[in-house]
Design a protein around this ligand. Structure first.
Ligand code: MIC
Ligand code: SF4
Length: 639
């Protein structure tokens, strides 16, 4: 049977199950990554699981999100992470070394291997032919402990690329075009596998941009073949030995095929406040912008920043615009320093930030009230920038650079001659900011500052669930709305009691208080509930507040798995009418353990209205057992 690339890698890593769409499979994980915002929790969980040393081929812990040190909290977290890494056999990428996905691509990713990362943009390494999946921290901790990763076998969509990108059009426009066509729900339950003659025209960093933002489609992951471009990238990293050619078999089958002619694309832009709110740039050209931010794991390669510098060269940023540039890695920063691009950016008036996530996660640079911010990033969910009511647009670095010069959203084709810039020459490959673990870490002392609070746990699932509908929300609610991040809250990621006070704060600041007073309850959502980030705090903190079940029309993949991991039931509303779903109503699910184990629909009584209705679930037998135990940690302990 001819196989596509996704099937080949899954088959080579399969531990349980059959490769049939919709079935639960378990795969062996070769590599893991964490970052500081998810990592503290993941390592507290690894400690709780209790293995002496990680059992993966390679695990890396990055510090890239919580970089501002306005108090002791983030610095405490960094010290904890560094000591845990040494203790358990994990590589530690120090603050300043770059964004996890960029550094992983440069230094560690291997074609044909599997990567599980505690960050939703882990699929970036799919640009290098790796099967790279984002997950909650607890799933990553379990993988570090040697457990396989369980997922629903996705459908595989072939995106067949033909033609070649026109001048001024970039890889970012390819993925924005797919978001235009498919929306933020279009990739759910799917792997986007790229193929066709257009693939060979794209470099690995360009492929990484596309694979990265496949997360915004809701896809399980995205993957490109490993070919001559991959070899060239690895050779420049001094890692030629990690290369091997990989592609789908010539007659491989796919569940769907999407045709995309690169030559037909034009510069595109995502309008506030969703990555699928897409227009051609020319339609919104002239809109004033007060801030332009270039960087993030989507667009901060050498080529991205060098092309921006080439556009800005000899000119000045518009007086009404604050332009920030954050390099994706220290290697990229060193390369633009060496080529002279950095000097051009500085001369034009760019504000150079350290290599890290920075404004993408609201770690500084919140935009001014009522102004538009244009970013080369991947997400513009409401309030994510740190400013309530923000107006964030997303586009390619070329659109960003042109707009920074003119002070209004600008179609870069209006600038005339496309940017030309020098290749960096031999890359400054230097791993002195990556600390390898000692051969024996058993005597390393783990440093726990006051910001490291113990893990909250819950007991097994109760016999009956009863409580109020604490909150009812609409479609596409992102984890940025459930559990916001940003400079003020990220320092609390290892302190669940303090962080839980901010659950749903952007939607209803009284939520945490009401949940506490009621002793917990239920949440009702719409379609695609929990899209976006992999942060398990969006499940863990509601669990801490006593939320027992979330009812929604549909769930985003990672968030649904996180809810199960923390013992919250993700229940699907199906055709239940909106009238039965009023906030404040008292609901009850009797004999919930028995109903859940039975596999069929569950009956919910609306005690306030004196009615009842049925809800479904799409939980696997293993997930049911996890829920009965009260979450994955209890389940692993009891196993
Ligand atoms: C994000 O882009 O939202 C983050 C911050 O990288 C998250 C992880 C987190 O919340 O810590 C992600 O995408 O998973
Ligand atoms: Fe960091 Fe932004 Fe990428 Fe998340 S999306 S990993 S915050 S750069």
């Amino acid at each position: 049977m001819p196989q596509n690339l996704t099937q080949k890698i899954l088959a080579a890593h399969l531990v349980e199950g059959r490769l049939e769409p919709g079935a639960e499979i378990a795969i062996r994980i070769d590599q893991t990554l964490t970052q500081d915002a998810t990592g503290t929790m993941a390592y507290l969980q690894l400690e709780a699981i209790g293995v002496p040393r990680v059992r993966t081929k390679r695990s890396v812990s990055y510090v890239d999100h919580n970089m501002l040190q306005t108090g002791y909290e983030n610095a405490d977290d960094h010290r904890y992470l560094q000591s845990v890494a040494a203790r358990y056999g994990i590589y530690f990428s120090r603050p300043g070394n770059g964004i996890c996905h960029q550094v992983q691509l440069e230094r560690f990713s291997v074609p044909g291997e599997t990567l599980l990362g505690a960050d939703s943009h882990t699929p970036t390494s799919g640009g290098l032919g790796m099967l790279a999946i984002g997950a909650g921290g607890l799933d990553v901790a379990a993988a570090m402990a040697g457990a396989p990763f369980y997922l629903t076998m996705p459908r595989v969509t072939l995106v067949r690329l033909s033609g070649r990108l026109p001048e001024w059009v970039t890889a970012k426009d390819v993925i924005i075009e797919l978001l235009r066509r498919l929306t933020v729900r279009g990739g759910v339950g799917r792997v986007m596998e790229y193929g066709g003659p257009g693939v060979a025209t794209l470099s690995v960093p360009e492929r990484a941009t596309i694979a990265n933002m496949g997360a915004e489609l809701g896809a399980t992951t995205s993957i490109f073949p490993s070919d001559e471009q991959t070899l060239a990238f690895l050779r420049a990293q001094g890692r030629e030995g990690d290369w091997r050619p990989l592609a789908a078999d010539p007659d491989a089958g796919y569940d769907e095929v999407i045709e995309l002619d690169l030559s037909s694309l034009e510069p595109l832009i995502c309008l506030p406040s969703s990555p699928d709110n897409v227009r051609p740039v020319r339609e919104v050209a002239g809109t004033p912008v007060a801030q332009v931010c270039i960087g993030s794991c989507t667009n901060s390669s050498y080529t991205d920043l060098a092309s921006v510098a080439a556009i800005l060269k000899g000119r000045s940023v518009h007086p009404g615009v604050s332009l920030t540039v954050s390099p994706g890695s220290r290697q990229v920063l060193a390369a633009i320093a060496r080529s002279g691009a950095l000097a051009e950016l500085i001369a034009a008036g760019a504000r150079i930030l350290e290599a890290g996530c920075g404004p993408c996660i609201g770690m500084g640079q919140a935009p001014a009230t009522g102004t538009a911010s244009l970013r080369s990033f991947n997400r513009n969910f409401p309030g994510r920038s740190g400013t309530p009511g923000d107006q964030v647009y997303l586009a390619s670095p070329l659109v960003c650079a042109a707009s920074a010069l003119l002070g209004v959203i600008t179609d870069p084709r209006d600038l005339g001659v496309p940017p030309r810039f020098a290749e960096p020459g031999p890359l400054p490959v230097e791993d002195n900011m990556i600390i390898p673990p000692p051969a024996d870490g058993s005597t390393v002392e783990i440093v726990r500052g006051p910001n490291i609070k113990p893990l909250p746990r819950r007991g097994p699932l109760e016999e009956d669930l009863e409580g109020r509908v604490l909150l009812r929300v609409g479609d596409n609610i992102s984890t940025d709305q459930i559990m916001p991040a940003g400079a003020k809250l990220l320092p609390l990621r290892s302190n669940v009691p303090a962080l839980a006070e901010h659950v749903f704060a952007p939607i209803d600041p009284s939520f945490a208080r009401r949940a506490r007073e009621a002793g917990g309850g239920f949440v009702v959502g719409g379609q695609n509930y929990g899209q976006g980030s992999s942060r398990e705090h969006a499940a863990l903190c509601p669990m801490y507040l006593g939320v027992k079940a979330v009812f929604a029309r549909s769930f985003a993949r990672i968030h649904a798995a996180n809810l199960v991991n923390f013992g919250i039931l993700p229940l699907v509303l199906g055709e239940v009418s909106d009238d039965s779903l009023s906030e404040g109503d008292e609901w009850r699910i009797r004999r919930v353990r028995e109903q859940l184990a039975g596999g069929g629909p569950l009956r919910v009584e609306n005690l306030t209205q004196g009615t009842s209705f049925e809800v479904r679930h799409s939980l696997t037998p293993r997930q049911v057992q996890v829920l009965l135990a009260g979450g994955l940690l209890n389940y692993l302990r009891d196993a």
